[in-house]
Design a protein around this ligand. Structure first.
Ligand SMILES: *Cc1c(COP(=O)(O)O)cnc(C)c1O
Length: 557
């Protein structure tokens, strides 16, 4: 090698952590990371703003209309310039974790969770096998054990692994079910017609899973949901009977335990009873798989053995009852064949931290590949999730994020954080409920999300809502009211971007009206540990003032 080449290589080495032991170099690395962290934290603007930076919005808009390209920088940049550019990437980002950002299920990652997510990048363990990082692999199995116990599974029998998001957990659940309905489908393909059954309020990931697995989105049969945003097990059963009688096998029945928009909770326990009855009645040669999409609702299991009578954490009466109602429902998870957990939703971990759990760990064998198809892997260690995982390389970031967050919060910590979210939600609903022009749409559910629908002047909300649900002749009016609510949503968003008070979220379809028309709603998700009574009151006043302003504008029109 030439001198020049050697010199260039040596310079590039300066851009990597020193592999061996070198305390001075390690200190310098820690300082480089700390500097970048400090620089990014400085992007946070004054408290009322919900954006990390002040300038980027307009640029971002212009950018969206341009072809985005990237050229090689010549010469390549030094670390300081790269960190500056990285911070620019964060500009214009909504301050997702601010208590006044309530538009969706954005949990605030805990400090321990953030550190847990960062550290693996330093050492690059690969969870494909414990030979590639025994400690991280053990942490994964410890979180699996804790989450299994929390779900009511037998930890010695249960199994599971982290995967790429809640979407991945649904994909795993439906895939396991597919292998149950058509044994050996992994090798031979889907040679018989199959369906997936899921609530009409289920997350779109059911469609994703069916599409990607070759089942087909059209083969996801939707089970009607009731006013509490949950699908009844009798409705699931009726749907299953229809499918079986039409010659389909059932790849999976997906129960949703905490719908994304309204926090509807399907009753898993009675669904499993209904499933077993169908197996007996039709003498099925397989047991249709019940997967619980519990990526949001799993966390309420921390209340399963909370003594609500003694109430040592001193939740107020209404909060206590709301927590207990959900805990009683969620306890049914113990009989689901598999379930999904998003620690990045209700576990206060940063993205992506999702766990797929199975009641009988041995079920995962059905996904196993032959070892001789992977000659490059598994030469060391004893625990090899890579034999059956969809991914080959799996990062430990999500695992350590969940592990750290669970260790730091503890069970009582999670209870208090969820309890606080529910107490604020109660406050919000009580306040919103005082206005005759507004209807809380999901008052029948007990989660941290509130859907509400405003109505124009001279319109009684309770009456209007009930007519929309029961009277097909209201369909056209529903669409006009959807537009009215959208204007309120957009006005609150604009105010938030301009430094005003909280943003209000939105759903295109909280549920369907009598003519099948979507009924849109405003949406407020209260999960931040930093929420207080004042923030909620501000939100309430803000919604009111936006609505009043619309009213004046409408009169002027
Ligand atoms: C968010 C969500 C998903 C998808 O999870 P990701 O982590 O975003 O992939 C699936 N199901 C439900 C009910 C969800 O709320």
């Amino acid at each position: 090698m030439t001198r020049r080449f050697e010199a260039e290589l040596e310079r590039l080495r300066g851009g990597f952590p020193v592999p061996g032991i070198d305390p001075a170099a390690d200190e310098a690395l820690a300082e480089q990371i700390a500097t970048a962290v400090r620089q990014s934290l400085r992007l946070k603007t004054a408290a009322p703003r919900l954006l990390l930076s002040s300038v980027a919005e307009l640029e971002a808009e212009a950018e969206a209309n341009k072809l985005v390209s990237m050229d090689w920088p010549v010469p390549a940049e030094g670390l300081a310039a790269v960190v500056r550019e990285l911070c620019e990437c964060l500009e214009g980002l909504p301050l997702e974790t601010h208590p006044r950002n309530q538009v969706n299920v954005n949990a605030q990652p805990s400090t321990a969770g953030i550190i847990g997510s960062l550290l693996p990048a330093l050492f690059n363990p690969n969870l494909t096998s414990d030979g590639r990082g025994a400690g991280c692999s053990r942490a994964e199995r410890r979180v699996v054990a804790l989450a299994a116990r929390l779900a009511g599974y037998e930890p010695a029998v249960a199994g599971g692994l982290f995967t790429f998001g809640g979407t991945g957990t649904v994909l795993y659940g439906v895939k396991l079910g597919l292998e149950t309905a058509i044994p050996g489908a992994m090798r031979t393909g889907i040679d018989r017609p199959v369906v997936v059954l899921a609530s009409e309020r289920a997350h779109h990931t059911c469609l994703t899973a069916a599409g990607w697995l070759g089942i087909g989105e059209d083969r996801v049969w939707r089970v009607p949901a009731e006013d509490d945003f949950a699908a009844r097990s009798e409705s699931f059963a009726a749907c299953a009977c229809r499918a079986i009688e039409a010659g389909y096998r059932i790849a999976a029945m997906v129960a949703t335990v905490g719908t994304t928009d309204a926090f509807g909770v399907d009753d898993v326990a009675s669904l499993v009873v209904a499933r077993d009855r169908i197996v007996a009645d039709y003498r099925l040669d397989y047991v249709p798989h019940v997967h619980a999409d519990a990526v949001i609702g799993w966390a309420w299991n921390v209340f399963r053995d909370y003594d609500f009578e003694a109430n040592l954490l001193e939740f107020d009466g209404a909060t206590s009852q709301a927590l207990k109602r959900v805990a009683d429902r969620v306890a049914g998870l113990r009989v689901a064949d598999s379930l999904g957990v998003d620690f990045h939703k209700t576990g206060f971990a940063p993205y992506v931290s999702s766990l797929f759990l199975v009641r009988r760990g041995a079920d995962l064998e059905r996904l196993a590949r032959r070892r001789d198809s992977m000659p490059y892997l598994f030469h060391s260690g004893r625990h090899h999730p890579g034999l059956y995982s969809l991914e080959t390389t799996r990062s430990a970031s999500g695992v350590l994020a969940a592990f750290a967050s669970l260790r730091m919060l503890g069970r009582d910590g999670l209870r208090v954080l969820l309890g606080a979210a529910i107490a604020r939600t109660q406050q919000l609903r009580e306040r919103l409920g005082q206005w005759p022009w507004l209807r809380v749409v999901n008052a029948s559910t007990d989660g941290p999300v509130t859907l509400y629908r405003a109505y124009p002047p001279d319109c009684d909300a309770a009456e209007a809502w009930s007519r929309e649900l029961r009277d097909p002749s209201f369909a056209a009016r529903s669409l006009a009211w959807n537009a009215y609510n959208r204007r309120i949503h957009e006005a609150t968003q604009a105010a938030a971007h301009a430094g005003g008070p909280a943003g209000v979220g939105w759903t295109e379809s909280a549920c369907l009206g009598a003519a099948g028309q979507p009924l849109a709603a405003l949406k407020t998700y209260l999960l931040s540990p930093f929420l207080d009574g004042k923030t909620v009151e501000e939100l309430v006043q803000h919604v009111r003032s936006v609505r009043d302003r619309l009213r004046i504008e409408e009169r002027a029109d």
